[in-house]
Design a protein around this ligand. Structure first.
Ligand code: FAE
Length: 543
């Protein structure tokens, strides 16, 4: 029998008005997806060696898509360079993306063994060998932390949970202290929510859907301990999920698809910004091209890139001239490039803030073992839609995450975003020829403490304990990773207050590297809104 509850709509998710606008924009994007032949030609070819282009965007995630769309709409021809694959062609199983329960070569970026965020189940390791391939999820290992990132046209939108959260306005000063909140909350957050198609689950359906029993159990336990429980907006198509539940369409969220891509239902950038970008006819996208260098040249900058095959081998090197270069390679990708280019003398005038101010958004995971009378369900939607908002009292916002194993686990699983003071720095390791990150595992302790402020209390109230079998043998906390890298080229420090890199006119940072380590909630709406703000200013004043 479903437990009936009322969660707060605590977040400034989309209003009814922006919901309608968002839906309209999706339909508009789909309609525009029928391209003219000229537009198709413009998007099907990759960039040529020795090309001279007005604008080059490195990366095709949220910031890269916002940048390319707005530049193209302003009449600028744009070339987007993406190290990952296009993800537009089905594999041997007829699907573009692999399932979370059966990872294969499509699942990981150039690894011969999976590196799943939950490494163990019932104490047993669950990773397995796979062929080395330019797969979709990169588990990039630095000393002390593994940073998960999406690889491919669409960036992180291909692999993420779709949780589309606007930070509470009272905490915005912690997120972007030099940005005017009025313009963000009046203009750019609504614009981002509308373009991304952000909507809220229907509470009546949440209350009864079998696939959200795990979230209802999470809600019940949180509320019994006095914690505010909130619905969290998402970009998943809820009507599609209802049809999945009814068995009338192919399953995606209800088949455990998430970390390695969703074949249906999730409105990734492939269904929002990218069709609009293609419809302009002004944008070329080059997948499997990795930028390695940017140096000043007459007419702008020489951008060097490697073209990769699906084994990750360089099959060609191209050098193009771009009048303007927009770094949108993600917090880690942009920071690594800038630190290397400054340290190796390619861009020596970048200032000393480059590489600094990097944080993990306080990510920490844990599971709780419930009593037998509190099953969480063998069918779990892979799309999280609710969380515990204890930011004001304890510095933690915990999303109730699924464990879509297909069997009853009696486990509640959480990804907490926490307030943490630790910030790391990227530096060039000349001997090894790579960029290192100064993160220390012990820095996660503040995050664990913040998360414990919620879960110790719930465990005491419910008479339950932590799961110790998910991250190793007798290990409670998933404190080895982040899904939310932020910072490394912080706004108004490494750049001016709109992302223009100091020292190099025509070079811009657009992505999560601008945000100094925290968004207090899941980050992609803020990354999208900030990019919308910055590119509007850049187009108005620099072009
Ligand atoms: P991103 O989306 O990472 O795009 C950067 C792109 O640049 C990528 O496609 C790279 O492959 C490409 N690139 C990097 N280096 C190069 C190079 N040298 N040359 C060419 N291309 C390059 O950046 N956030 C939420 O708000 N809600 C969620 O529910 C959520 N869940 C997540 C779950 C997982 C498993 C992961 C990994 C992340 C999740 N995130 C979530 C984080 C979110 O996806 C991330 O903050 C954004 O994708 C970052 O956007 P950017 O535009 O900064």
């Amino acid at each position: 029998m479903a437990h009936t509850m009322r969660c707060d709509n605590g977040f400034q998710g989309p209003s009814r008005r922006s919901f309608i606008a968002g839906t309209g924009s999706i339909l508009g994007a789909v309609a525009l997806g029928g391209l003219s032949p000229a537009a198709r030609a413009a998007t099907s070819t990759t960039i040529s060696d020795a090309a001279v282009v007005p604008a080059l965007v490195i990366g095709t995630g949220y910031a890269g898509c916002v940048t390319a769309l707005r530049l193209a709409q302003a009449g600028v021809d744009v070339h987007m360079i993406e190290m990952g694959m296009a993800w537009d062609t089905p594999g041997a199983d007829g699907k573009i993306f692999a399932n979370t329960t059966t990872p294969d070569q499509r699942s990981f970026w150039l690894r011969t063994r999976t590196k799943q965020p939950l490494s163990n189940f019932l104490g047993f390791p669950i990773d397995k060998d796979i062929p080395r391939y330019t797969g979709i999820l990169d588990a990039e290992e630095f000393s002390g932390i593994t940073v998960y990132q999406g690889r491919g046209v669409g960036g992180g939108s291909l692999v993420n949970g779709g949780m589309a959260v606007t930070p509470r306005r009272e905490f915005f000063g912690e997120v972007l202290p030099t940005v005017n909140p009025d313009e963000m909350y009046n203009v750019y957050y609504p614009r981002a929510n509308a373009e991304l198609g952000v909507t809220m689950i229907d509470p009546a359906w949440f209350d009864t859907a079998e696939c959200y029993q795990y979230a209802r159990v999470g809600c019940k336990h949180a509320q019994r301990s006095g914690f505010p429980f909130v619905y969290v907006p998402n970009v998943y198509d809820w009507n599609y999920m209802r049809q999945e539940a009814a068995g009338t369409v192919p399953k995606s969220a209800l088949a455990g698809e998430i970390l390695y891509g969703n074949n249906y239902g999730k409105k990734s950038l492939q269904k929002t910004y990218l069709p609009k970008i293609r419809a302009t006819g002004r944008v070329t996208i080059s997948p499997l091209h990795r930028v390695t260098s940017v140096v000043p040249a007459s007419g702008g900058y020489t951008v060097t890139m490697e073209q990769l095959d699906t084994a990750g081998t360089t099959i060609a090197t191209k050098a193009v001239t771009a009048a303007r270069v927009f770094f949108a390679a993600g917090s880690v990708g942009t920071s690594k490039l800038l630190v290397k280019l400054k340290s190796t003398g390619a861009l020596p005038n970048l200032n000393g803030e480059v590489g600094k101010g990097w944080g993990d958004n306080g990510n920490v995971m844990c599971g709780r073992a419930n009593h037998m009378w509190d099953p969480t369900g063998s069918l779990q939607s892979s799309i999280p839609t609710a969380g515990i908002d204890n930011w004001a009292a304890g510095g933690a916002f915990a999303e109730v995450a699924p464990l879509p194993t297909g069997i009853e686990t009696y486990a509640s699983f959480y990804l907490s975003i926490t307030r943490t003071p630790s910030r790391a720095e990227f530096s060039w390791n000349a001997a090894a020829g790579r960029v290192d990150l100064s993160w220390q595992t012990a820095w996660k302790q503040t995050s664990i403490t913040a998360a414990k402020s919620i879960f110790d209390k719930i465990n005491a109230k419910e008479g339950t304990i932590y799961r110790t079998d998910l991250f190793g043998v007798y290990k409670i906390w998933g404190d080895h990773l982040t899904y939310h890298p932020l910072g490394g080229a912080v706004l108004n420090k490494a750049t001016d207050n709109y992302g223009r890199l100091h020292g190099y006119p025509g070079l811009y940072v657009m992505d999560g590297a601008l945000i100094p380590g925290t968004t207090t909630v899941n980050p992609f709406v803020t990354i999208t809104a900030l990019a919308e703000r910055n590119i509007e200013k850049i187009i108005a004043t620099d072009l």
